[in-house]
Write a protein that binds this ligand. Sequence first.
Ligand SMILES: [Zn+2]
Length: 299
Amino acid sequence: MQLDGDRCPACRASRLKTSSVVASDMPAGYEIEIKECGACGFAWQWPPQRDLEASIQHAKTRYTAPQNSEYYKSDKRERVALEQVLFVESLTHRLGSLLDVGAGDGTFVKVAASRGWSAAGLDPAAPEEIIGNPSIRQTTLDNLGAEEFFDLVTLWDVIEHLDRPLDVLREAVEHVKPGGWLVVETGNFQSMDRVKAGSTWWAYAADHRWYFAPPVVEKMLTSLGLINIKCGDRVLRPGWQGNKQASAPWLGKHIKTALARPHHAAREFHGYMQEWAAKDKWPLWGGLSIFNMVGQRRL
Ligand SMILES: [Zn+2]
């Protein structure tokens, strides 16, 4: 799977729509271009803003300057990690070994270990201050020993940053024990959240190369030979659990905006109709602004 300006990287269709959107990880108002496939609905950044090395450097600065973003505050990330650990425990029904790929500063690994998991992580952008912690390695999957297997391999909010997401998922599956699980989480392009936010959706970012949705990730996991693939039914964020099913758009909000700004009335009506269309297109996952998908390796 490679970024492409002419064909969909997921299904190879050439009917693409281009839009300008606002990157949330850049100075205010900075725009990037997004391609969206008319056939399968997958979306990606084109032209790419960064190469992989630039992304790693960017990730390093984010962890060493945590005050720059709400997302990187450590107490918040610990609460998110706990939601994620409880979710994987509901999947496996027992504690075992896990590997967190793209572990960042190791918050998920730390929280999992505190609950009794034998937890390890790797990330080429792991901050210098945690190097020396044997559970976090500053490296990538291709440097992992072929004999290292885990009951669970997790990639939380990682695949959208990768330049070769399918190749990395393939490498990840090679380290899942037979009967173990692969867990992937990412933002949902096919969500009411994205449609409502228009060009200022939170997930649009210079560092996000891909904008996934459950059907595309399901195809990827199927192509890797995983079984029992399923999409989680809620967003793994404290107090932000959402509904898997998209709820009906609320006309009141649009009327209020249109009355306040009459010259935007046509745009408000268009937005309202788009929300209805989204609800019809993605009834089973449109309510999830972030989704997780799991698949099991055959015994
Ligand atoms: Zn496509």
